[in-house]
Design a protein around this ligand. Structure first.
Ligand code: ATP
Length: 531
C-alpha cells in the first residue's frame, strides 16, 4: 500500500470513529493528550465485547483456567524481580532542532509516515522499485517549495548554499533507494555514532541513542522521596506470578492450569502513534499457563494455534493475519519459543498478541527475590518442580483496532428510492457488534411505535443490546445502523399490527425476511454465535 492510501484509509476510519462515537481523543476540549484515548458509547460496547469474548473463551468455557483481578500498583520489589526496573527501556533519539523524541528501532517506520518524506518522494518521482532520482534542480525546487515548510530543521533546507552541492552529488547522479537518500540528507552535522536518519518530523539531526525506562513512576503517601517510589504496572502478568501460590493453595487446581487477567497497563511510550495501536495507557488480556517442563513444548504449540484461530473466528481474515515465529536471535534470553499474531493494518503489519514459552524464568525470579517457595509438589509422582509458563499476552485496544479496521467497508446499497448508493458499513462479527439489533416503526402512527417498543423491550429483557429509532426516512435509519455495525434491523409496518410479522434486514447481504415479531429475540440470539 502506498503512504497516501494507508493514510487515507486510516483517516476514513478515525473520522468515522469520532463521528459515530467509537473512539475520542482523551481530554479533547483541552487539546488532547498524546497517547491516551477514550472509548465512546459504541466503542465501549465493542471493546467490552472483545474482552467478554476473550474471558468466555479463555476462562469460563474451560476447566483448566481461572481468573484474577490484581492491583495496578504493586510492591516495587516486584518490578526489580521481573527485570523491569533495570531493563524495561527503549533506545531513544532526540531531535536537536525540534526536541522531539523517537524510538531508535522505530525510525524506519516513522520516516515512511513522515510528511516531508512523502513530499520528497513526490519530488523524486520514485520508479517501480521505489528508487528516487533527485537531481540538483529537483532538490533545489523541493527546498524552495515543500522542504522549507515541512522540513524546517534540516541543515540542507536551512542552509542550502553550504549543503546543496554536496548532497546533490551524493544522491543526484543515479536513482537511489529511499533510505540511502535519507541517510545522505541526515548526514550534515551528525556525530558518527548516532542514527544517520534525519528527524521524521522536521528533518533535523538526531542525538545518539539513550536508554529510556518506560515505567510510569508515582509516589505512595505524603513524602515524594526515593523510598516512596512506586510504578504503574507496565503489564498485568506480574500480578499473576505473585498470586500463583495463593491460587494453588486456595483453589482446587494443579498444573497444567492457567491464570488469566484483563486489566489496564501503562507504558511511557516514546512515540505513541498509529491511533490507539501504541498508547501510554492500554488494556491487556494475559494468561499464564503453568505446566510440567516436559509438557511445555506441546502446550506452547497448543496455545499458539488456539490464539491465532481465536482472531480468525471473530472475523479477522486469515490473509491479513499472520502467525510469525520468532527467530532464535529475536528471543528474550529466558524464552524457549515465541510467536506473534500480527495483522496487516493500513500503517503496516503489526503485533496484536505474543505467545511465549517463558520456561521457569518468572517463578524462579520471584522465588529468588521474595524468598517464597514456588515449587509444585505432585503427590502422585512425588516430584517437586517449578512449572514452566506459556504466556499468551494480547492487547485489548490493538485487537479492538484490528476488528474496527477489518470491519470498515464501503459498498453499494439501495436508498429509499431504490437507487444504488455508496454506504459505509462496519461488518463486525455479530458477537462483537456494539448493538445487535435496531428496531424501527415504519411510521410514527397506526400502532407501529407501540409494536416496535414491545419488540425492543423483549430484546432488552433477553439481554440483547438493542436500539430503538423512529426518526427520519427508513433508508437513513438503515445507513446509521450500517455505520454502527448493527447486524440486524427490524422494521415494524402496517402488516405487523394485523399479522404480527416484521421485516428483518441483514446488514451484510441486505436480504430481508419476514419473521414473527415474537421470534425476534431468539432469532438475534441464534445468530450471535453462529457466524
Ligand atoms: P511492541 O513491541 O509493539 O512495543 P511488546 O512486544 O513490547 O509490543 P508485550 O510486552 O509483549 O508487547 O505486550 C503484550 C501485548 O500488549 C502486545 O502484544 C500488545 O497487544 C499490547 N501492548 C503492548 N504495548 C502496548 C501499547 N503501548 N499500546 C497498546 N497495546 C500495547
Amino acid at each position: 500500500m502506498t503512504i497516501q492510501a494507508a493514510t487515507s484509509s486510516m483517516d476514513a476510519l478515525t473520522s468515522l470513529s469520532k463521528r459515530r462515537g467509537f473512539i475520542f481523543q482523551s481530554s479533547e476540549i483541552y487539546g488532547g493528550i498524546n497517547g491516551f484515548w477514550d472509548y465512546g458509547p459504541l466503542g465501549v460496547e465493542l471493546k467490552r465485547n472483545v474482552k467478554e469474548a476473550w474471558w468466555a473463551d479463555m476462562v469460563r468455557c474451560r476447566e483448566d483456567v481461572v481468573g484474577l483481578d490484581c492491583s495496578i500498583i504493586m510492591n516495587p520489589r516486584v518490578w526489580e524481580a521481573s527485570g523491569h526496573v533495570g531493563g524495561f527501556s527503549d533506545p531513544m533519539l532526540t531531535c536537536r532542532q525540534c526536541r522531539r523524541h523517537f524510538r531508535a528501532d522505530h525510525m524506519d517506520d516513522l520516516i515512511t509516515q513522515s510528511d516531508w518524506v512523502a513530499s520528497l518522494c513526490e519530488a523524486g518521482e520514485a520508479d517501480a522499485e521505489g528508487h528516487l532520482m533527485l537531481t540538483h534542480a529537483k532538490l533545489e525546487r523541493w527546498i524552495r517549495k515543500k522542504g522549507s515548510k515541512l522540513a524546517k530543521g534540516m541543515a540542507l533546507v536551512k542552509d542550502a548554499d553550504t549543503h546543496l552541492d554536496g548532497v546533490a552529488k551524493c544522491v543526484g547522479e543515479a536513482p537511489r533507494a529511499l533510505r540511502d537518500v535519507l541517510v545522505a540528507l541526515g548526514t550534515p552535522g551528525l556525530p558518527a555514532d548516532s542514527d544517520p536518519l534525519p528527524c521524521p518530523f522536521c528533518g533535523g539531526d538526531l542525538t545518539a541513542p539513550r536508554q529510556f525506562n518506560l515505567m510510569f513512576k508515582t509516589h505512595i503517601g505524603a513524602m515524594e522521596d526515593h523510598a516512596s517510589t512506586a510504578y504503574l504496572r507496565p503489564e498485568t502478568a506480574q500480578g499473576i506470578f505473585c498470586n500463583y501460590r495463593n491460587v494453588l493453595d486456595s483453589y482446587r487446581i494443579r498444573p497444567p492450569f492457567g491464570i488469566a487477567q484483563i486489566g489496564k497497563s501503562f507504558r511511557n511510550e516514546i512515540n505513541p502513534r498509529n491511533y490507539t495501536f501504541r498508547s501510554r495507557e492500554f488494556e491487556q488480556m494475559e494468561m499464564e499457563f503453568f505446566c510440567h517442563p516436559s509438557e511445555a513444548d506441546t502446550w506452547y504449540t497448543y496455545w499458539r494455534d488456539l490464539r491465532y484461530n481465536w482472531y480468525v473466528q471473530l472475523g479477522l481474515h486469515s490473509e491479513k493475519l499472520h502467525l510469525r515465529d520468532h527467530e532464535k536471535d529475536e528471543l528474550a534470553h529466558y524464552a524457549r519459543a515465541c510467536a506473534d499474531v500480527e495483522y496487516d493494518f493500513p500503517f503496516g503489519t503489526s503485533e496484536l498478541e505474543g505467545i511465549a514459552n517463558r520456561a521457569d524464568y518468572d517463578l524462579t525470579k520471584h522465588q529468588e527475590f521474595s524468598g517464597k517457595d514456588m515449587h509444585f509438589f505432585d503427590d502422585q509422582t512425588r516430584e517437586r518442580f517449578v512449572p514452566f509458563v506459556i504466556e499468551p499476552s494480547g492487547g485489548v485496544d490493538r485487537a479492538t483496532l484490528a476488528f474496527l479496521t477489518e470491519a470498515y467497508c464501503e459498498d453499494e446499497a439501495p436508498n429509499d428510492k431504490g437507487e444504488m448508493q455508496t454506504r459505509t458499513v462496519m461488518k463486525f462479527h455479530p458477537r462483537l457488534a456494539p448493538t445487535k439489533v435496531a428496531i424501527f416503526p415504519l411510521v410514527r402512527k397506526d400502532g407501529m411505535p407501540e409494536a416496535a417498543t414491545q419488540i425492543y423491550e423483549a430484546c432488552k429483557k433477553a439481554g440483547i443490546v438493542a436500539f430503538y429509532d423512529e426518526k427520519g426516512a427508513i433508508g437513513r435509519r438503515y445507513r446509521r445502523q450500517d455505520e454502527a455495525g448493527t447486524p440486524f434491523c427490524v422494521t415494524v409496518d402496517g402488516d405487523t399490527v394485523s399479522d404480527g410479522t416484521v421485516t428483518v434486514r441483514d446488514r451484510d447481504s441486505l436480504q430481508q425476511e419476514r419473521l414473527s415479531a415474537d421470534d425476534v429475540p431468539a432469532f438475534v440470539a441464534r445468530h450471535l454465535h453462529s457466524e
